[in-house]
Structure formats: C-alpha cells, structure tokens
Design a protein around this ligand. Structure first.
Ligand SMILES: [Zn+2]
Length: 295
C-alpha cells in the first residue's frame, strides 16, 4: 500500500485510549477487508511465530471474543463499518518477593535519601521484565499489519488511509523495530498543528509507564517528540535513542506535496514498540478528529 502520493481508502486505522487503569491501543479494520484476514490461518509466518515463541494457538475468526496468538487481542465487534480489536497493554516490569539489590530494600536512593531508588521506584522490591504477553500482542499485530499492508484490493471506506505501520517481533536487539508511511493528509496536519503534539507525547508516556509499572524517573528527555513546519516528525521513548524518524530520503520530498516514509532506531523490545504504537495511534486520533470526525 502506497499512501504517500495517493489517497487510498482506509483499510485499517489506529486509536489510543489512555484510560488510567486499562490503557489500550485499538486497531480498527474496515469490514470490507475482514474476509481477507482468514488467509492468515495458513500463512507460514504464523507457523514460524508459534514454533519460535511457543505460542499455543492462533485465531483469526472475527466471531470470536479473542483473536491473534493465544487470544492476545480482544474483539470488540463491529462499529461504524470497522471491526475493532483492543490491545490491552500488559504489565511488563513486575516486582518479585526479593528486596531490591540496589537499595537493599530501603526504597531510597543510596546517595540522596530524599528521592526514591531509581531501580525499584520506591517499591523496595527486585523486579523482572516479563515480555511473554507483550510478545504475543506484538506478533499478533505483526502478522495483521503484514497482511493489511500487502493487500492489493481496496476497502470500500469513505475515509482515507492516514498512516501505515509495519512492526516486527524478534527476541534480539532491534527486535521491536517498526516502519511505515505518513500520508500527505497527515503530513499537512503535522505542518499546521505542532502545538497539538503534547497529547501524542502523553500517550507514549502513558503507555510506557503503564507497562513499566510506575513513573519513569531516570534523568533526561526520555519521552521526546519533535515536529517542525515541514511536517518532519520524530518521536522517542526510553532506550538508547529509541524511536521513529523520517527516512533519509524524506527531506527531498517534503516540499513536493507528498507523504513520507518513517523508520525506527533501537526499538529493541515490545514494550518500546507498543509505546511508539500508542503515540502513532494518538497521532491518528488527532488527524482523524480534525478532518474526518466519526459521526
Ligand atoms: Zn531499590
């Protein structure tokens, strides 16, 4: 699907719901496309994920309550011509019963007892990162995006496809990488609405901190978002310069009334990937509300 120069009927879209105790990314697939998703059941990529990650099941029946690998996606049914799948963000950083080895269970910073220990965030407990559910969610989205982006048939939606995204799911460095396209409509919005990006940054922070289990208090500009008058968009979350940015050849296209490609850097795990996806979903919400409010 090329949406950079062409207006393509909406095949799928993203939304973000930052309800405090159950934030979720919502993937909405146009109902004219649903029947093509059944092919995933026999796709080699699904079998590979099940072998590589030990997933038990894969369900793509839209009459079921849960879809994807081991039911990682919740099916909310069809609304306003779109089937709606909820991605309930998982808790990834979990406390164990052992005392935090960094602060010896005091919960305080070793150098300054007026601030919390940055390892346990004052919980006094040791922690583990449990990515099991995050991998199931990420892999489920990866196979769906892979199919939706490759469809040659167009949907019957009256809305345009505003952005596309393709994730990957690998247990390794850069294993949560993602890329995609911004349509010209979306880039136009970025050019005129740089003052509205705070809501997008808040979505990334909200998603990351929910999965992290607490406020992310490490010093530095960890949730960085920048957009300029050309529509150049950069979005970061915690990690080593982890985030998305326009591809190198984009700067030559920004003056040509077109959208552009974006790619990622150092997105190593599904917690970072889902946080960036939350930001893209919040961006989609803003653009959709500006030009194509759902009636
Ligand atoms: Zn501690």
């Amino acid at each position: 699907m090329n949406i950079k120069e062409n207006v393509v009927p909406c095949c799928y879209e993203l939304s973000y719901d930052l309800m405090a105790n159950a934030p979720k990314i919502i993937l909405r697939i146009h109902e004219s496309i649903i029947k093509y998703c059944a092919i995933l059941k026999s796709e080699p990529i699904v079998k590979e994920f099940m072998n590589d990650f030990g997933f038990q099941t894969f369900n793509i029946n839209f009459n079921s309550k849960h879809l994807g690998f081991d039911g990682a996606l919740e099916n909310n049914g069809t609304s306003k011509d779109f089937a709606e799948l909820s991605v309930l963000l998982p808790l990834v950083k979990k406390n164990t019963d052992e005392n935090c080895h960094w602060c010896n269970g005091t919960g305080e910073d070793q150098c300054d007892d007026s601030i919390e220990c940055m390892s346990c965030n004052g919980s006094c407990k040791e922690h583990v990162y449990d990515y099991d559910l995050a991998y199931k969610i990420s892999a489920s989205l990866t196979v769906l995006f892979d199919l939706l982006n490759s469809l040659t048939l167009q949907s019957t939606s009256f809305f345009p496809q505003l952005l596309t995204v393709q994730t990957m799911t690998i247990k390794n460095a850069h294993g949560g990488s993602l890329n995609g396209q911004f349509s010209y409509i979306l880039v136009q919005w970025l050019q005129c609405n740089d003052h509205k990006i705070i809501a997008i940054c808040e979505a990334v922070k909200n998603a990351y901190e929910y999965m992290y289990g607490s406020k992310y208090q490490y010093p530095g500009d960890n949730f960085r978002l920048r957009v300029d008058k050309t529509g150049w968009f950069i979005m970061d979350c915690p990690g080593g310069r982890c985030g998305i940015y326009p591809t190198q050849n984009t700067m030559f296209k920004l003056s040509q009334n077109s959208g552009y490609d974006f790619t990622s850097h150092n997105v190593d795990n599904p917690m970072q990937q889902l946080s960036i996806l939350a930001g893209l979903a919040a961006l989609h919400d803003q653009v959709r509300a500006t030009y194509y409010a759902i009636k």
